[in-house]
Design a binder for this molecule. Sequence first.
Ligand SMILES: *Cc1c(COP(=O)(O)O)cnc(C)c1O
Length: 414
Amino acid sequence: MDQTSIVWSSENAEALVTEFGSPLFVYDTVVIERQYKRLRQAFNRCATRIHFAGKSLSNVNIWKFIQQLGAGFDAVSIEEVKLALHAGFDPREILFTPNSVGLAEYEEAIRLGVHINVDNLSILEELGAIYGDRVPIGIRINPHILAGGNHKISTGHIDSKFGISVHQMRHLHRIVDHYGLRIDGLHMHTGSEILDVQVFLTGAQILLDLAMDFPHLEYIDFGSGFKVAYKPNDLETDIEELGEKMCGLFNEFCENYGRELELIFEPGKFLVSEAGTFLTTSQVIKQTTSTVFVGVDSGLNHFIRPMFYDSYHHIDNLSNPDGKQRIYSVVGYICETDTFAWDRPLPEVRQGDILAFRNAGAYVMSMASNYNSRLLPAEVMYINGEYRLIRRRQELNDLLRDQIEIEWNQNALS
Ligand SMILES: *Cc1c(COP(=O)(O)O)cnc(C)c1O
């Protein structure tokens, strides 16, 4: 959680905020590379491909960096597919795994040479009628296991909208046989923040049991959901243990299957969460009858995870690390309750202090909005020992750019 290679101090925080403004996202590429290599190492006993779930951190420089590490890409929208191609991913390294999109979006992905994972039977049937066996297709299965840190990010349970149910295999095979479809991959993604290795193995076993009935497989994609540490001494998925056990299971399966397949993972959070730090500046210290609030120059518009997922994000007061500890509620400036942290002990916070929010790499800036007509912050990437600007701070004009100001006859109004 605090293992960035950047050594944070009041000096470098102030220098960054002076140069690039506050609030500010800073991404440490050393951490991304470390996480990537850790995952590779953990799964070195079986043929594994790592596809970065780009939605977790949508900056094309980060995508290029991860592409250069050797990863593929997991896209959930056609726009992500196009941006990933722009970032330099080969179409064959891109997996398109959308949900609730129309046939046209799949067709466009196919035209772009990208591999698709289909997650419902009606689209599968339509694709079968058009392409027959000419386009290999992966199938997203819903194994119906309850996993994940929060109901919004649990995607594998019985009521989930994701995937084709394991109970629909009969009809799936009917469609496959009728159209002569070539199913070359099975996929599942059961949720985010799964701590328990056994949950992954249970899901994997369900997928591997189904896999025997698909003779043309090239890969099995176990999705993602690795939990990372958010608090000091927080537990995280034991990736080394998982790699050991998963590779054992997978290699044994390949032997029974009669061919070497590839195992795919699609981590987002695991690769980029800890790489990100969000710098904010305290604007107001407000003592009420019940609480001491620190109001910072940001809010749920930039950082919605604590309000949306109840996630914990560690906060450091970089400007006053040795200050006396006090208990605060850290809140944003949005006209809605946007609390980053309740009852949080912090070294005394003064107006103008720089507060650093940890684990700000995944699902933070990529979920940000202009709510309250606030500008989006700048993003900086720390690479080869330098801080490089990779997204400029928005300006007022950016808020007007897409609006069309029309004129009308005011006299005609009744
Ligand atoms: C979001 C998503 C992921 C990444 O999940 P993380 O928890 O960030 O690792 C992987 N695969 C699919 C299909 C996704 O939608």
